[in-house]
Every structure is written in structure tokens, then in C-alpha cells.
Write a protein that binds this ligand. Structure first.
Ligand code: G
Ligand code: G
Ligand code: MN
Ligand code: NA
Length: 251
């Protein structure tokens, strides 16, 4: 069957799972947040990346079902973590700009009992291609709910700084492409990281350096003031059971 049909069946059977990757304070090594990342294992095809199936889901309303499922599950899972730790959920632009989105977020919070301040929504710049007044109203509604907002993949999209002027975002996630190869032998100028960190700080936002894999990358983003680090150097995405086992070990 086509990918779209197989995806629909997988959703019906509850076969899409969430994995969690920590966002770590590099000064204390404390986990501050986990990002929820969808995982799909198809019997015939093996692991299929959300980078592949999310765009397929976005072709129809399947993205709404998948998005609401991920949101609900992430809120429920986070409730059994220490209450200092947040959960971040990726939001497709298609889902975000739909009229029912605020309600879906409120419903997930209510069903789980998760305090709104422990939920972060990761949004990419692609939400800003729509009608800006509508988009602005959605941001205001979500803020009123008390959830936090992160600007994902910063620097790779249409990147107008105008998106930052309304103060919608609590956090900027510096895209992996600026982190990878920013160290001595790399070909990415680390001044970009310094500049994004300075911009974020000036506007009262936290920064996350994404995709940190190597020790020299960690040292560099730390020295340049990134508040949080996410990447294989600390952990790959892990299951909820593994998250809980870590907490059990640490206590
Ligand atoms: O974890 P991984 O590298 O496989 O993720 C690939 C892409 O899929 C990333 O861009 C990530 O943001 C996106 N993604 C993962 N989970 C979700 C989800 O629940 N919703 C949406 N919209 N995108 C997701
Ligand atoms: O687009 P978004 O930032 O939501 O997606 C993050 C993606 O990056 C996830 O799919 C995650 O699996 C992946 N990722 C996280 N840390 C690393 C890393 O250190 N190296 C690489 N190559 N990918 C990473
Ligand atoms: Mn993300
Ligand atoms: Na990102």
C-alpha cells in the first residue's frame, strides 16, 4: 500500500510512538526539558522518519489526528516526570493555523492535568507564511493558556527578524546546521551562534544549541552562551520507559 494508507492504518492501530530527547543545561548537566519526537516502525519498511511521514500526513487531516495524539501522549508522559522538567512538542504549521488548535492544546492539558507552564510548543517559521493577523491571534490565545513557545530550526526558514518583534517566543532553537562543523576544522562560522545568542538574550529569550554531537562542539556552544544543549553528545531520543528508569536511578 502507499505510504499514506499505511500511515493511516498505523495511526488507527496506535503504532506511532513518542521518543524523548533531553535538553540539558551545559553548566550543570541538569535536564530541563525533553523534546517529544514521533517514531514509526513499519513491519515491512522498518523505521520511517517523521521527516518522511509528516509531510504525507500534512496532505490531509491525518496531521490533525497525529498532532493531537502526540500532544496528549506527551502531556500524559510528562506528568510522571519531576515537575521541574518540561516537555516540548513539535507542531506542524498546518495544525497550528487550524481554528481548533487552541482547543486541542487546552484539552490535552486538561486531560492530563499537566500545568500549562510545563508544555512548550515547537513551531517553525513556516507558520508565518499564512495570514499574519490570524497567526498573531493564535499566538496570543496560546500565551493566554500559559504554554511556552519555541522557535524551531531557527535560521533555516524564511528568517525575517520581524517574527521576533512581537515577543511570542520564549526560546530559540539554533538549527543543527549552525552547530555542526562550527569548531576548529569546520567550515561554519561560530560567530553565527554568538550573534543568535546575543539577539535572543537581548529579546529575553533562551537559546538551545541543537545537534551537538562532539565534545568540541559542546565546549564551543557553552563558551558562546547557549542556555541549553540538545544532541547525541548527551543522549539520543529514548523511550518513556528509559526516561522513567533514569529518574528512578537518579533518586
Ligand atoms: O527525530 P527526527 O530527526 O526523526 O525528526 C525529524 C523531523 O520530524 C524533525 O524536523 C522533527 O521536528 C519532526 N517531528 C518529529 N516529531 C514530530 C511531531 O510530533 N510533529 C511534527 N509536526 N513534527 C515532528
Ligand atoms: O526539526 P527538529 O529540530 O524538531 O528535529 C530535531 C531532529 O534532530 C530530531 O529528529 C532528532 O532525532 C535529531 N537530532 C537530535 N540530536 C541530534 C544530533 O546530535 N545529531 C543529529 N545528526 N541529529 C540529531
Ligand atoms: Mn523540534
Ligand atoms: Na530544530
Amino acid at each position: 500500500a502507499m505510504l499514506g494508507e499505511r500511515l493511516r492504518d498505523a495511526v488507527d492501530r496506535g503504532e506511532l510512538k513518542l521518543a524523548y530527547q533531553p535538553l540539558v543545561d551545559p553548566l550543570t548537566n541538569e535536564v530541563k526539558c525533553f523534546e517529544a519526537l514521533l517514531r514509526w516502525h513499519d513491519e515491512d519498511e522498518g523505521d520511517i522518519s517523521p521527516a518522511q511521514f509528516i509531510p504525507v500526513a500534512e496532505n490531509d487531516d491525518l496531521i490533525i489526528r497525529i498532532g493531537e495524539m502526540a500532544l496528549k501522549q506527551a502531556c500524559m508522559d510528562a506528568l510522571s516526570w519531576p515537575d521541574t522538567i518540561r516537555v516540548a512538542v513539535n507542531v506542524s504549521a498546518k495544525q497550528f493555523i487550524r481554528p481548533g488548535y487552541r482547543k486541542a492544546v487546552a484539552a490535552a492539558l486538561q486531560a492530563s492535568g499537566l500545568p500549562p507552564g510545563r508544555l512548550e510548543l515547537e513551531i517553525t517559521e513556516s507558520v508565518f507564511v499564512g495570514d499574519l493577523e490570524t497567526v498573531d491571534a493564535i499566538f496570543r490565545d496560546l500565551k493566554k493558556l500559559g504554554v511556552r513557545l519555541s522557535l524551531d530550526d531557527f535560521g533555516t526558514g524564511y528568517s525575517s527578524l520581524g517574527y521576533l518583534k512581537h515577543g511570542h517566543f520564549n526560546k530559540i532553537k539554533i538549527d543543527q546546521s549552525f552547530v555542526r562543523g562550527c569548531t576548529e576544522n569546520g567550515d561554519t562560522n561560530p560567530a553565527i551562534i554568538t550573534a543568535i545568542v546575543a539577539l535572543a538574550k537581548a529579546l529575553g529569550m533562551e537559546t538551545v544549541a541543537e545537534g551537538v554531537e562532539a565534545m568540541d562542539e559542546l565546549e564551543l556552544v557553552k563558551a558562546r552562551g547557549a542556555d541549553l544543549v540538545q544532541g547525541y553528545i548527551f543522549s539520543r531520543p529514548i523511550t518513556q520507559d528509559q526516561v522513567l528508569a533514569q529518574f528512578a536511578e537518579g533518586s
